[in-house]
Design a protein around this ligand. Structure first.
Ligand code: NAD
Ligand code: UDP
Length: 320
């Protein structure tokens, strides 16, 4: 079995494969010569993300809610479990679905991995660190999460998903991998999902004010989706079972990313300050020592080039 396109192909299942990251992962797996079964219920995904893949005979699609039991015919080598609302707007709009997919959905995906004797990958998140009191965040940090706040539905679902994944590894010996993904962006995000990069790009391209929450001094790091997919593929080939942070190890403020997007789009937009959402993390930056050491991975795509590619995508969508 290989996931590198070196001749022997594998059959992968990708839950959430019609979403932003999932569709890039499906594309890369197919390009590398593997076959892919994408499972999605389009809660936050888009048919357009997978339309180009449907022509590939190695691609198949199942419209299914993975919070219900999952049934797949035939052998499966690797399950990538990405299904979950991911943007703060989406997971607060679908709080119960988010809790269910992180708990029941993860349980079902792990059950499938156990029965098929396949490897398993969980798309976890930097949100498991909550509003961190340690910066940058190493994987050894246990986090500062408000379980009953508006973000708790996502944070706690992912924390449960990590615990369930480790239990299946320890009890059933499933070959599991967990990535804690930090803010990732690129083409195929949805302008209306409200995440900062698509929101600012759409606002800038339509010369509307960029809505900076709070005073814009909160920090994030921004990883291009191609770098993330490379990290995920290296992780599933590794022996790493404990969580591994994947993200860009340098941070910038939200105000800085707003200014950069105005500059790169040549927009006439101004900045408009809005109330900071409850529990919005004040800092976020990954310590990627573990990814460097275990996977030989670090992001390579320069921020400006990645933003330009993403701006071009949104330009083409807006001109339709
Ligand atoms: P996305 O919303 O674009 O994709 C999620 C996909 O999951 C969508 O296609 C959605 O329809 C599908 N889905 C949701 N619930 C489902 C269910 N019950 N059954 C089947 N499909 C379901 O989001 P994304 O940014 O591509 O995120 C993908 C994964 O990566 C998520 O698990 C998310 O938590 C994780 N992640 C993303 C980021 C990021 O910055 N993009 C950061 C950390 C973690
Ligand atoms: N943000 C903002 N304006 C927006 C959208 C987001 O200032 O229109 C801020 C948000 O408050 C947060 C950061 O940008 O501090 C990143 O938000 P996003 O929703 O992308 O993801 P998060 O990192 O909060 O999960």
């Amino acid at each position: 079995m290989t996931i590198t396109g070196q001749g022997i192909s594998m059959r992968a299942v990708v839950t959430g494969g019609a979403g932003f990251i999932g569709s890039h992962l499906c594309t890369r797996l197919l390009r590398d010569g593997n076959s892919v079964l994408c499972i999605d219920n389009f809660l936050t995904g888009q048919e357009a993300n997978i339309t180009p893949l449907r022509a590939n005979a190695q691609f198949s699609f199942l419209n299914h809610d993975v919070s219900e039991p999952i049934s797949v015919e035939g052998p499966v080598d690797l399950i990538f479990h990405l299904a979950s609302a991911a943007s703060p707007i989406h997971y607060q709009k679908y709080p119960i679905q988010t809790l269910k997919v992180g708990s029941l959905g993860t349980h079902h995906a792990l059950g499938l991995a156990k029965s098929k004797k396949s490897a398993f990958f969980l798309a976890s998140t930097s949100e498991v660190y909550g509003d961190p009191l340690v910066n940058p965040q190493p994987e050894s940090y246990w986090g500062n999460v408000n379980p009953v706040g508006p973000r708790g539905v996502y944070d706690e679902a992912k924390r449960f998903a990590e615990a369930m994944t480790m239990a299946y590894h320890r009890v059933h010996g499933v070959n599991t991998h967990i990535a804690r993904i930090f803010n990732t962006f690129g083409p195929r995000m949805q302008e209306e999902d409200g995440r900062v990069v698509p929101a600012f790009i759409t606002q800038a391209l339509t010369n509307k004010p960029l809505t900076v929450f709070g005073d814009g001094s909160q920090t994030r790091s921004f990883c291009y989706v191609d770098d993330l997919v490379e990290g995920i593929l290296r992780l599933v080939k590794s022996d790493a079972h404990d969580p591994v942070n994947l993200g860009v190890p340098s941070e910038m403020t939200v105000l800085q990313i707003a200014q950069k997007i105005i500059q790169l789009t040549g927009s006439k937009s101004v900045i408009e300050y809005r109330t900071l959402p409850v529990d919005d993390p004040k800092v976020r930056r990954p310590d990627i020592t573990r990814a460097r050491q275990l996977l030989g991975w670090e992001p390579t795509h320069p921020l400006d080039d990645s933003l330009r590619a993403t701006i071009a995508y949104f330009k083409s969508r807006l001109s339709r």
